[in-house]
Design a protein around this ligand. Structure first.
Ligand SMILES: NC(=O)c1ccc[n+]([C@@H]2O[C@H](COP(=O)([O-])OP(=O)(O)OC[C@H]3O[C@@H](n4cnc5c(N)ncnc54)[C@H](O)[C@@H]3O)[C@@H](O)[C@H]2O)c1
Ligand SMILES: O=C(O)C(=O)C[C@]1(C(=O)O)C=C[C@@H](O)C=C1
Length: 358
């Protein structure tokens, strides 16, 4: 397939790397010549404007995406055009309003994988492997165009799902856009914390705030592009927060806050229920992995040795979290495995001299 990628930042370059790896002929374009050249240097394809691409992938910021898609549809009258912006309804509405282009060849899409970092330097060929990629056909999209975009997404290793743009926007409001706001707002509370307090940060705050490092300009565009779907989710969250604050104040009142503990317990229990619904790897049903924490010396080759010991025992590493020890030259590697092999893994690792905690 001949694929032309416009916008060679994190997502465009990751797609280009993934498609180059499976043998597609990938060309690259970006208004920043440095961004395009960098993507090419990283092995993502060649900087060129092709004559007859089969597919054009627009991976530009959301607020310019509709214009870039329209221009691509007009420039390449035989090509199918997709975009990967994080909002879908607003882009389709803009394209319909411009009224210039043949929308039978346009199919919006959205890979549900990314990072809190921008630009080609953060790109990865395997970014989409085992992740969901949403394809959002419009009523105007030709079935052959939908099929081509779905095949392109699958070629990156992603699991493809189809959904109308409106349904997509409501879903990502809850699973991506409000979580980004929540992470940013929680992290913003840390700005003026005394150094002694911030030094106590453990894994909890790191888990909750990783995406708070995301790009403000990109996210301003995403949030404003999906405002109608996000606002009601935020209203519900604000109600939940008000109820928790009221319960905490009631505990301080003279009557010992009857009922308040129930409100707090319900907030945590409801969170458990929601968290348990998040799908596991490759979009499969949620899997509860067993986690063992292994103390790893902070020296070259330690992690490789740990992985080899697991591999030699025929035990698959399902997930991994790494935390640096505070005040000691060690790392804490939390290795996640299927519950059925956890006891055997502990035995194997202890036999090989590793210190293992639950
Ligand atoms: N970052 C994520 O986690 C993520 C995940 C899925 C989808 N997306 C979507 O992918 C798109 C790109 O995001 P990113 O994270 O790769 O951003 P990025 O900042 O890393 O890259 C954007 C690239 O677009 C280029 N660009 C700017 N204006 C352009 C224009 N008018 N025409 C063509 N290119 C232009 C920039 O020079 C830059 O190289 C966005 O629409 C975003 O919503 C992002
Ligand atoms: O892992 C991350 O850094 C992301 O936040 C990726 C994430 C997401 O919310 O899942 C962010 C925005 C994109 O539109 C798609 C994916």
């Amino acid at each position: 397939m001949k694929v032309h990628v416009i916008g060679t930042g994190l997502i465009g370059t990751s797609i280009a790397l993934a498609l180059t790896r499976v043998g597609d002929e990938v060309t690259l374009e970006d208004p920043s010549p440095t961004a395009a050249a960098l993507a090419a240097d990283l092995g993502a394809g060649s900087v060129a404007r092709p004559e007859h691409p089969d597919v054009v992938v627009v991976a530009a910021p959301p607020d310019v995406t509709a214009k870039v898609v329209e221009l691509a549809l007009v420039t390449w009258p035989l090509a199918v055009v997709t975009d990967v912006a994080s909002v879908k309804g607003a882009i389709l509405a803009d394209l319909v309003a411009y009224g210039e282009a043949d929308l039978s060849r346009y199919v919006g899409s959205h890979p549900m994988a990314g990072k809190e970092r921008s630009g080609a330097v953060a790109a990865q060929a395997d970014l989409f492997e085992g992740r969901t990629w949403v394809v959002c056909p419009a009523t105007q999209s030709a079935p052959s165009a939908v099929d081509l975009v779905a095949r392109l997404a699958a070629a990156t290793g992603a699991a493809v799902v189809q959904m109308p743009a409106g349904e997509h926007d409501a879903a990502v409001a809850a699973v991506s856009h409000v979580p980004q706001l929540a992470a940013s707002l929680v992290a913003a509370r840390l700005r003026e914390l005394p150094d002694g307090a911030i030094a106590l940060s453990g894994q909890g705050i790191r888990d909750v705030t990783r995406i708070a490092a995301s790009d403000p300009l990109l996210w301003t565009q995403i949030l404003s592009g999906n405002a109608a779907a996000i606002a009601p989710v935020i209203d519900d969250l604000a109600d939940d927060l008000s109820r928790v604050a009221e319960a905490l104040r009631a505990l301080l009142a003279d009557d010992d806050g009857t009922g308040a503990r129930g409100v707090l317990a319900r907030a945590i229990a409801d969170g458990q229920l929601g968290q348990a619904r998040i799908p596991g790897k490759h979009g499969s049903a949620p899997t509860a992995y067993a986690a063992l924490t292994v103390i790893v010396p902070d020296e070259p080759g330690s992690l490789a040795r740990l992985f080899n010991d697991m591999g030699d025992a025929g035990i698959n590493l399902e997930d991994l979290r790494l935390e640096h020890g505070v005040g000691a030259k060690i790392g804490l590697a939390e290795v996640m495995v299927l519950p059925t092999v956890a006891d055997r893994l502990r035995g194997v690792l202890e036999e090989k001299g590793w210190r293992v905690h639950d």
